[in-house]
Ligand binder design. Structure first.
Ligand code: ADP
Ligand code: MG
Length: 265
């Protein structure tokens, strides 16, 4: 397999400082993500998943260690990295097309051509007749598709996805998992997904990183078997080995909960 690191997390540690004092959120996170890879971060609430994504996005610098993007140190937000959240944060007064184009507008890249690309994206994401509509006219699942179009419109190399499906009804969530998986693979994007849904992590990823807490650290890395990886998330769930894979991940997390806050693994 070709190996070309896009993201390198090197000995990342982060301490939050506030009026209550200092707390170590994540400690010595070491991880390499290859181009085109789909990685999931799973772990109990408070284990540092969002902190790691924020560091990858360059929202604030790590207390120790560094993040490399294509071999270069991340020192702030970059157009090469797109972020998609649980909430869609669409502007109610802007049309769907104007919402999807906002990143282009902010970065001064809104042109006739890039707007055509936005229309195409909306079409490909199953929103062919929505571009002139407004957010309130769309369902939750459709709004998340717009959020995905908005993220993809600026053509980031890396997508950071923080629980983007968790507010959706189950069948919409499953449809959207398939759509996101298919779209990112087709475009050759690298993705880091945070989810507390182990089945989602197993069905969508090439690798699942299990984090533990107090402080956040990597407990285990589970490489997803090829048949599951090659199937769409929906089809993957029906494969014979899927339940076993799910149970393996479950066991890793369960171990963590029985750890009683002890350090290490
Ligand atoms: P997760 O996304 O896995 O739930 P977070 O990255 O949000 O975890 O949080 C990791 C730890 O850092 C938690 O203990 C949380 O309370 C703490 N934390 C997160 N954000 C802040 C902040 N802005 N200030 C202080 N502590 C924070
Ligand atoms: Mg979080």
């Amino acid at each position: 397999m070709r190996s070309e690191p896009v993201l390198e997390l090197q000995q990342l540690s982060h301490v939050y400082v506030n009026e209550k004092g200092a707390s170590l959120a994540v400690e010595r996170i070491e991880l390499t993500v290859e181009r085109g890879e789909f990685i999931s971060l799973v772990g109990p609430s408070g284990c540092g998943k969002t902190t790691v994504l924020s560091l990858l996005a360059g929202l604030f610098p790590p207390t120790k260690g560094q993040v490399l993007l294509n071999g270069e140190r991340v020192v702030g937000p970059s157009p090469k990295v797109g972020y998609m959240l649980q909430q869609d944060y669409l502007f109610p007064w802007r049309s769907i097309k104007e919402n999807a184009a906002i990143g282009l507008e902010i970065s001064g890249r809104k042109t006739e051509k890039s707007l055509q690309a936005v229309e195409k994206l909306l079409y490909e994401l199953g929103l062919p007749d929505s571009s002139q509509k407004y957010p309130h006219e769309l369902s939750g699942g459709m709004r998340q598709r717009v959020a995905l179009a908005r993220t993809l419109a600026t053509e980031p190399e890396v997508l950071l996805l923080d629980e983007p499906f968790s507010a959706l009804d189950l069948h919409i969530k499953l449809q959207l998992e398939d759509l996101v998986h298919q779209t990112l693979k087709r475009l050759g994007k690298t993705a880091v997904l945070v989810t507390h849904d182990l089945a989602e992590a197993a069905a969508m990823s090439d690798r699942v990183i299990v984090l533990g807490r107090n402080p956040g650290h990597i407990r285990r890395e589970v490489v997803i078997p090829e048949d599951v990886r090659l199937a769409s998330p929906m089809a993957a769930r029906k494969l014979p080995g899927f339940q076993e894979l799910f149970e393996r991940l479950w066991l890793e997390l369960d171990k963590e909960d029985n750890e009683g806050g002890k350090l290490g693994g």
